[in-house]
Structure formats: structure tokens, C-alpha cells
Design a protein around this ligand. Structure first.
Ligand code: AMP
Length: 305
């Protein structure tokens, strides 16, 4: 019998072409589910649901497997091409300029959840069409702890479906640009309050890139957590998903978020984002260990003192 993963995750799997001030990398491993799963894998067993074409390099599949990621939920479509995204960060290191999105195999994707994944205690909905996120929410059932992320693309193109997702999760993770766009507010505290009042999740975490994160609970704004000071940001692609991987990994080891542990969970997210951005694709995670992650969390704890 297949093992039950700690976290079931659904999202995009991609071949990305990314340009930053450190150069251009073509067709490198990317996608929201990939960054999330790689990041969470340092603390938890992830069951990944995603789709690729048969152009997706076998070496990438092996790499994910070597990180203990369960790929029973990975669909490989014969004769089809993997989702491709290209973007650059030449104007602003915190916000990608998207040049091209080629949905390819992603356009007709219907997530199929293996039976053992349905028993996972935690679900992460990485970036993917909100209608598909909703399908997975429904199939996972009411007892599963659900966390979602989103991006500008879906705020613009699928807002009603996205709002349904927000109504059905325990925790919402967004970045500052996304929540400002979503609420049409320039002030983050007000934007956070509006999202909490409308959807009433247990927590809302707003990521501000190099400026850290804000946590909102049911009583309103709770905490600001600093970012790890990082001078060399080579490629920020996937930092948000890696952040979520750190948070969900923490939850898998320590239980659901509460007012006592939420700041520590966010520090794990912050640490994972800070490692990721030091290289292109997932290079920032190579040679990483849980001990190094914990050392960085400790440094972040000291920064907040
Ligand atoms: P992040 O930088 O954390 O927002 O995530 C970057 C990843 O999102 C890249 O690896 C892209 O392949 C992926 N991505 C870009 N556009 C989309 C989209 N429309 N749907 C799902 N994933 C996407």
C-alpha cells in the first residue's frame, strides 16, 4: 500500500526561461508545485499532483524523486509539451515581467488525486487555475488543513473562482502586489483587513519580498516578520512557493498554525525563500540540509529580538 504523504500539493510544473541581472537561463526546471515540493521536502513528505509533457527531462523527475517527493500524482502526457513560462526581473527584483506563458499540456489538465494523497492532513494549492484548485479542495474533504497561494494572472482572469477558493481554505498566502491588486487598496494593513473580513481564513500571510512578511489573524493584524538580509539575489523565481514550502513543512512537523507558532512557521518560509533566491531555478536548494535551515531560522529569530 502506498504511504500517505504529509502534504498533498497541486500546482504548475514548468520549463522556465528567466532573465535577471545575473544572466538568462533557458528551459530550466520551474513551476509553482516544483518549487513548493522541493522546499517542503526538507521537512515533510510531499505528494505532488501535476502534469508535464514527454519533453520534460527525466533528470528533473529523478531529482524530485531523490528529494523524497512522491510522484504518483504526476501525469505525463505523450506527444504533448510541458507548460512554459518566461519572464525577467530587470526592472524590479520583487516583481517578474512576464514575457510569455505557453499553457501547452496545462490547458486541458484535470488533476487526478491518488487515493493515498486524499488522506493527507494538509493540502497546498500552489498556482494553477483556481477552478482546478477548487476541484482538489472538494476531493480532499473537509478535515484536511488547506493553504492556498495565488498570482496576478488568476486575480485578473479568474476572480470569481479564486474567491471561492479563498472561502474554502484555512490559510491564504499572497504577496504585497497581489493583495493590493485584489483589494484595489494601496495600504497593506487595510488590504489585509479587507481580505480577512471577506473570507475569514484563520490566517492571512502577506509576503513583501525583501521587506519580510505580515501576518493577519482573526483579531486583525498580528505580526511583521523581517526578511533574511540577502545581498545577492540571483533569481527570485519561485521564492513565494518556496516560502510556502517552508511554512507547510513546519506545519507537517509541528501541527496547524496557532497564535503561538505562526511567527516561527513564517520564519521557516522566510529561510527557504532566502536560500532559493541565491541561484537560478532550484540551484539554491542544492547542498541544503535541515540543519542549515534551522540555523537560518535561529538567525531570523535573533533579528526579531
Ligand atoms: P513565484 O515566483 O513563486 O510566483 O512562482 C514562479 C513560478 O510560477 C515559475 O516557475 C512559473 O513556471 C510559474 N508560473 C508562471 N505563470 C504561471 C501560471 N499562470 N500558472 C501557474 N504557474 C505559473
Amino acid at each position: 500500500m502506498s504511504k500517505i504523504p504529509d502534504i498533498t500539493a497541486v500546482g504548475s510544473m514548468a520549463l522556465d526561461t528567466v532573465t535577471t541581472h545575473y544572466g538568462t537561463h533557458e528551459n530550466c526546471l520551474g513551476g509553482s508545485a516544483v518549487y513548493f515540493s522541493m522546499s517542503a521536502s526538507f521537512q515533510a513528505k510531499v505528494g505532488l499532483i501535476g502534469v508535464v509533457g514527454d519533453d520534460f527531462p527525466k533528470a528533473h523527475v529523478e531529482l524530485l524523486k531523490n528529494h523524497g517527493i512522491d510522484l504518483d500524482g504526476l501525469e505525463v502526457v505523450k506527444g504533448a509539451k510541458t507548460f512554459r513560462w518566461s519572464g525577467s526581473y530587470l526592472n524590479d527584483v520583487n516583481a517578474a515581467d512576464t514575457h510569455c506563458t505557453m499553457l501547452n499540456v496545462f490547458a486541458t489538465f484535470e488533476p487526478k488525486i491518488p487515493e493515498n494523497y486524499k488522506k493527507a492532513k494538509t493540502l497546498f494549492l500552489a498556482n494553477i487555475l483556481p477552478s482546478l484548485q477548487m476541484k482538489v479542495i472538494e476531493e480532499m474533504g473537509p478535515d484536511c488543513y488547506k493553504v492556498c497561494d495565488t498570482m496576478n494572472f488568476y486575480i485578473n482572469s479568474a476572480r470569481p473562482e479564486l474567491e471561492r477558493v479563498f472561502e474554502n481554505v484555512n490559510v491564504i498566502v499572497m504577496n504585497d502586489g497581489e493583495i493590493k491588486m485584489f483589494t484595489d487598496q494601496a495600504n497593506l494593513i487595510r488590504a489585509g483587513r479587507l481580505v480577512m473580513e471577506k473570507f475569514y481564513p484563520e490566517y492571512l500571510i502577506v509576503k513583501k519580498g525583501e521587506h519580510g512578511s505580515l501576518v493577519f489573524g482573526r483579531g486583525g493584524f498580528m505580526k511583521a516578520i523581517p526578511a533574511f538580509p540577502t545581498e545577492k539575489v540571483v533569481d527570485p523565481t519561485g521564492a513565494g512557493d518556496s516560502f510556502a514550502g517552508g511554512v507547510l513543512g513546519f506545519i507537517a512537523r509541528n501541527g496547524r498554525l496557532n497564535n503561538e507558532n505562526v511567527a516561527e512557521a513564517v520564519r521557516y518560509g522566510t529561510a527557504m525563500g532566502s536560500f532559493l533566491v541565491t541561484g537560478f531555478s532550484i540551484d539554491g536548494f542544492m547542498d541544503l540540509t535541515l540543519a542549515k535551515i534551522e540555523e537560518r531560522v535561529e538567525a531570523l529569530r535573533n533579528l526579531s529580538k
